[in-house]
Design a protein around this ligand. Sequence first.
Ligand SMILES: Nc1ncnc2c1ncn2[C@@H]1O[C@H](COP(=O)(O)OP(=O)(O)O)[C@@H](O)[C@H]1O
Ligand SMILES: [Mg+2]
Length: 396
Amino acid sequence: MVALPTSRGSVFKDPRTLCPDYVPPKAPFREHELEKLRAVQMDSRDKPAEYRRVFITGRYGTGKTLLTKFYAATTRQDQQTLYVNCIDCRGKIPSLLHEIIRSLKPGFPRRGYSLYELRETLAEILRKHRGRILLIIDDLDILLHKSGSEGWKNLQDILKLEVFDSTLNLTVYTINHIDLLDRMDFLNQALVERDLFDLRGYSKTEVEAIIRFRASLAFREEALGQDFLTEVAEKTSSIGGNLAYAMELMLKAGELADLTKSDKLTLNHLYEAEKTVHPRFKGFLLEKLEKHEKILLLSTARTLKRKPYGEASLSEVEEEYRRLCRILGYKPRGHTTLFHKVKNLSLLGFVTHKLSGLGYRGKTTLLGLPGTPPSLVESRVEESLKISIKNIYSKR
Ligand SMILES: Nc1ncnc2c1ncn2[C@@H]1O[C@H](COP(=O)(O)OP(=O)(O)O)[C@@H](O)[C@H]1O
Ligand SMILES: [Mg+2]
């Protein structure tokens, strides 16, 4: 959640425009891909629903989500967009179906139905549906990792529903790791190749132009300095052009400027912001974690702070987790549930996990962080859980 500026002295015009859900009024440097998407949609009209599809691949922060949402917002009016994110569904087909149904029938429960019941419900709703549908399945990697070929097959079976033949215009999948597609030998590689849009990364000049454009939507003109924007662009290009990082960095710098009652964004705000933003830490995604996932992530970071060699056993992390739950007044979850949560955190890229090798008695799960500093993870999760270190220490 982004706090809206309350005082007149804020550097922000609208901080929400820096959040990943925001769809800007234009998508510079992606005009060609938008044209291509339109052409595919026109071309695929008479094909069976399962073949009306596109895979958009590209590294994290290259604008895949933006491209799909911008396309949906600017394409034909008589088409309804169903957007589902595999992260929100934690890669599970039933959850994904629940979400699709919820977008057609608001108020439908988030869980509780079997795959068969969901299929039937969806078919029933679609039979009565008027107009065509654009289906966007974002971050497919998560589904492929979690549910594998079985999940993919289930999804394709659903898209083969007869009612989809007359309702579905196009399915767009986005994927962060293109090599994942090669490893999916159950996919028809020739078809994948045909339907593939591989987004090139932005050049340094493009990164800078996009940052300037997005900053002009988020900040008051008088608050922006050239050196600030140049430095954000420099830092973003140096890590490969991940624009999600740039947005988070600008948001944090703006919050710091407001906190210090400064009416201009300076390099100092940027350097301070850098202490809490990391290219490998998906800060915006943190808000999508459940409470116990956050506490588990916090326990991992806190345990790892004490470990110079960078790995902690699950039992050590669990001990810290139970301690934190006790302090915070939450009922701790059991071992099996926690193990599932570890797998989810790993799926979303917050932790790494593997089985121990030599040097450990028996087999144990070892947890690590994917190159993110433990103290940064700790402070971000604490901030998100709205607790302070001081609070925790004082209750020990
Ligand atoms: N061409 C562009 N113009 C404006 N903003 C962009 C552009 N490309 C990416 N962004 C912004 O950069 C951030 C990261 O893009 P996103 O679509 O979330 O990346 P991905 O889905 O590939 O990880 C988002 O805030 C997005 O709006
Ligand atoms: Mg995305």
